[in-house]
Design a protein around this ligand. Structure first.
Ligand code: ADP
Ligand code: ZN
Length: 282
């Protein structure tokens, strides 16, 4: 019997069946529409297989506190049809197997931890820099959820004096996501990130903001690996820029001798989320 995984994103859904070793046997991707349409398509895919468990890495915010009524609900999303939708209840109606629900970024962190670049490490932080910014943390094989799940993309960093952009976060304006997500780059320069060219000044500023976030994550969590993925990180020139700025911010305070092995790119070719969703059930 296979294990089912769903990477439930705000833009697209990925469904897959796989095994304990992270092998994917079959996979399908479709765009996220209203809950009914999307979850019916999901069911059509899984109807072809007999699965023994289902792991779900979901966009959020999502209720993950088992003590609260909102456990398993999609919460405050701008996607109105999904707002306050009881995702877990619907999945339980559709699949009579144990279901494990977590955030998309926790699933991605677990995917890289079990099968990717953080294999063999004791702890790993996975940051995605895409349409939004978020991060998931794994330690000793367990993803971290607090009272609610962390929202590491919305931290407050120092905006640079030479950057007069207001930021695009509807809640905070110039939080990390407001200043450094893909849509923030697009709004600041009037062009999508990939159209800017690799030597555009945007990348030095982007690396500055991401390095500020990363030094804070390092000081708080001390992870053994920091994996940065997401669409914006296709700009590979960002990695060395970020590493040197993190070194400068640390100023010798924390041991960063092996920074090339500490701050790394993902290894699972955009499959960390779905492989991690499967791994949530293990
Ligand atoms: P999502 O966050 O929606 O899951 P992605 O991680 O692919 O999806 O992130 C999409 C964002 O990344 C968009 O804002 C897009 O403009 C940006 N992006 C995608 N490819 C690149 C690239 N090569 N260079 C810079 N930005 C990119
Ligand atoms: Zn914010």
């Amino acid at each position: 019997m296979f294990i089912g995984g769903i990477e439930a994103g705000g833009t697209k859904f990925v469904c897959a069946v796989g095994d304990e070793s992270g092998n994917i046997i079959d996979k399908t991707t479709f765009s996220t529409e209203d809950p009914d349409i999307t979850l019916n398509k999901t069911k059509l895919f899984f109807n072809q297989y007999s699965i023994k468990a289902l792991g779900v890495g979901s966009f959020g915010p999502v209720g993950l506190n088992k003590e609260e009524k909102t456990y398993g609900y999609i919460l405050n999303t701008p996607k109105l049809k999904w707002k306050q939708f009881d995702l877990l209840r619907r999945l339980k109606q559709d699949y009579d197997v144990p279901i494990t629900l977590d955030t998309d970024v926790n699933a991605a962190a677990l995917g890289e931890y079990k099968f990717g670049v953080a294999k063999g490490s004791k702890s790993a932080l996975y940051i995605t820099v895409g349409t939004g910014i978020g991060a998931g943390f794994v330690k000793d094989g367990q993803t971290y959820i607090g009272q609610t799940h962390p929202e590491m993309g919305h931290i407050f960093i120092q905006q640079r004096k030479d950057d007069d952009f207001d930021g695009i976060c509807p809640y905070h304006g110039n939080c990390l996501e407001g200043l450094a997500s893909g849509p923030a780059i697009e709004k600041r320069y009037g062009k999508k990130g990939y159209a800017l060219g690799t030597d555009h000044k945007a990348w030095e500023l982007e690396a500055d903001y991401l390095a500020q976030a990363i030094i804070n994550y390092l000081l708080i969590l001390a992870p053994e690996k920091i994996i940065i993925g997401g669409g914006v990180m296709k700009q590979e020139q960002l990695y060395p820029l970020i590493r040197s700025k993190v070194l400068a911010l640390s100023n010798g305070y924390i041991g960063l001798e092996h920074i090339e092995e500490l701050i790394v790119a993902p290894e699972l070719n955009d499959e960390q989320g779905i492989k991690g969703a499967i791994a949530l059930t293990l």
